[in-house]
Ligand binder design. Structure first.
Ligand code: DON
Length: 591
């Protein structure tokens, strides 16, 4: 069986089975131009088309593994699980076993489910764990060393999705990732650059340096990255399921290592971690129905609040890319983020007044407070965020099939390569998700978010997240699957791609490649991607009182559009190394 699945998943047989790979020469031919050829500051999106099944992910290898699973009779959940494991090997920036995330899925029969495998605060963590004697956050405590590590949820999460909905054997879905870890894969220019740029993060961690900096230098493009310890961990997971990771020798090694680095994670934290099936956060916008994550993601709330305000200020798709449209969107974002920071936290642990914040009367009042001609200073709006520097990692994968199945999965280590440490003998990078809590309420975190007591550090609680995996239906029909990394910019990135590709009817490639703006209440400014804002729009926005600040790429979207006739288009963001992989065959799933 093992051999058969391995053969099915191997690249040559995958191609023989009818899988079109949107990489290499074919990919080059599929670089889609924006409508006017110059509206995409980072170049065109990489696209592929299929009448059967599609996977879009941050590495071509991982997307291909997912497409091969579809061709081998797997469903969208099988493909997402295999892709996620493959990303843990080929995309160490954010693919992971020791992180956490969210999965939204739509079944063929139309049922939508949401799985929360977000990390939790270890049992021994305390509110003051990250504070120095001066009451301020200790530099790096929540991002770099052992204390930064929250209890991981990814492996139990992927297993929970597979146990409930998967068709193919678990072992077969992990096998290809284990093979790539054992035999190695070629390091891309992007991975080499990402690793080199984080030398400081890795410096205190000899095991990370041994793997990623052989001979003391960053591994170079074209070299083969072999990860035997990670392969052995994946083999154990393939054989024994998530317990192999969460309960037993691997968990003991992870906990001992984290504690040796000053953390408080225990094997008991790992053993008792449980993912949670939640009611998806679902709401209407015109002809559209959006399904995304509820708390502890803030994404659903932010989309609903922003779109609810836009409906009430008379925003229309004709305003896309106009100064008026940018102004209205920024003003709605400013108001929604202020509320996010003040009121949102883990809804299982604190009371979050979502019903009040999303009540039509409240959204109407927010909309009426928007001046159509002038920016409202953020200081006049209650709530707060500070200035942040973003290391854009986390990763999103999308899967869809012709018959209307879809998985939208975003998972993360938080910062790029998490806290930078690989557990010796286990081969996994650890997360620094504790930084998503308000470790020092009132002080900015990695993404400049200044949050309050509602999101304070608590043992067992899940830190508030911005990850926003989205599935959107138009008049009841599956139309869009998308998501992005980008910390606090995730919800606004997802919003812009949705508005363009959905109500705006732009081609998906253009919607994904198009320039992005972001407002998060504080700092009180609109961030825009360098070269992404026409001078006239910038002039008009400044004249309304907005401060504009250029920045690097915002987000990295992996999206799928399903046309009314079922044709699937996958688009990978030109801001990242990702690719779509189309499966030309989707076999009936075995029962
Ligand atoms: O859950 C969150 O909101 C963050 N941990 C996501 C981090 C992220 O997207 C990193 N990329 N910039």
């Amino acid at each position: 069986m093992k051999g058969l699945v391995r053969a099915l998943l191997s690249r040559s047989i995958a191609i023989a089975a009818g899988i079109t790979l949107a990489t290499g020469a074919a990919g080059a031919a599929d670089r889609a131009e924006g409508a006017d050829g110059k509206s995409a500051p980072f170049g065109p999106a990489l696209t592929a088309v299929s009448s059967r099944g599609m996977v879009v992910a941050a590495t071509p290898q991982a997307a291909e593994v997912g497409a091969a699973v579809l061709a081998a009779g797997g469903n969208a959940v099988d493909a997402a699980v295999a892709t996620a494991f493959a990303l843990a090997v080929t995309y160490p920036e954010a693919g992971n076993l020791a992180g956490g995330g969210f999965l939204v899925l739509r079944r063929r029969d139309g049922e939508v489910l949401a799985l929360d495998f977000r990390e939790t605060g270890p049992a021994a963590i305390r509110k003051g764990s990250f504070l120095g004697p001066d009451g301020k956050a200790v530099e790096g405590a929540s991002t770099r060393m052992g204390l930064a590590v929250a209890t991981p949820g990814t492996v139990r999460g992927l297993e929970a999705a597979h146990q409930r909905l998967g068709k193919l054997s678990w072992r077969s879905l992990v096998a290809e990732a284990a093979r790539m870890a054992r035999e190695g894969f070629p390091v891309t220019a992007r991975l080499a650059k990402d690793l080199a740029s984080q030398q400081g993060l890795f410096a205190p961690h000899p095991e990370s340096l041994r793997i990623f900096f052989p001979g003391g230098r960053p591994i170079v493009e074209g070299a083969t990255l072999v990860q035997p310890d990670l392969a052995a961990t994946l083999d154990a997971i393939a054989e024994r399921g998530a317990d192999a990771f969460h309960d037993g020798p691997i968990a003991l090694k992870i906990a001992a290592f984290v504690r040796s680095e000053g953390g408080v994670l225990t094997a008991e934290d790992l053993r008792t971690y449980r993912p949670v099936w939640r009611k998806p956060f679902s709401f209407e916008f015109g002809r559209w129905r959006l399904h995304t994550m509820p708390l502890p993601s803030s994404g659903g709330f932010l989309l609903a609040s922003i779109l609810g305000q836009l409906t009430r200020v008379g925003w229309t798709p004709a305003m896309l890319e106009t100064p008026e449209g940018a102004h209205l969107v920024a003003e709605a974002e400013r108001r929604a983020y202020a509320e996010r920071n003040r009121w949102l936290g883990d809804g299982d642990v604190v009371d979050v007044p979502l019903a009040r914040l999303l009540a039509p009367g409240h959204l109407g009042a927010l909309a009426r407070s928007i001046d159509r001609a002038k920016a409202t200073p953020s200081a006049r709006i209650d709530g707060g965020m500070g200035n942040g520097t973003e290391r854009p990692q986390t990763t999103h994968l999308s899967v869809a099939t012709v018959d209307g199945e879809a998985v939208s999965l975003t998972y993360t280590l938080n910062g790029a390569f998490g806290n930078g440490s690989v557990v010796p003998g286990v081969g996994v990078l650890l997360n620094n998700e504790m930084d998503d809590f308000a470790v020092a309420p009132g002080q900015p975190n990695l993404f400049g978010l200044v949050q309050g007591e509602q999101n304070a550090v608590r043992p067992g609680a899940r830190p508030l997240s911005s990850m926003t995996p989205l599935i959107a239906l138009e008049e009841g029909t599956l139309r869009l699957v998308l998501g992005s990394p980008g910390g606090s910019t995730i919800p606004t990135t997802v919003l812009q791609v949705f508005l363009r590709a959905g109500p705006g009817r732009r081609p998906l490639a253009e919607a994904v490649a198009g320039p992005r703006l972001h407002h998060q209440h504080l700092p009180d400014l609109i961030q825009y991607e360098k070269d992404g804002l026409p001078p006239e729009t910038a002039r008009r926005l400044r004249s309304m009182g907005h401060v504009l600040e250029s920045c690097g790429p915002i987000g990295m979207v992996h999206a799928i559009e399903r046309a009314p006739n079922g044709l699937l288009t996958g688009a990978a963001d030109p801001r990242g190394p990702g690719a779509p992989a189309a499966s030309a065959v989707v076999r009936p799933a075995p029962h």
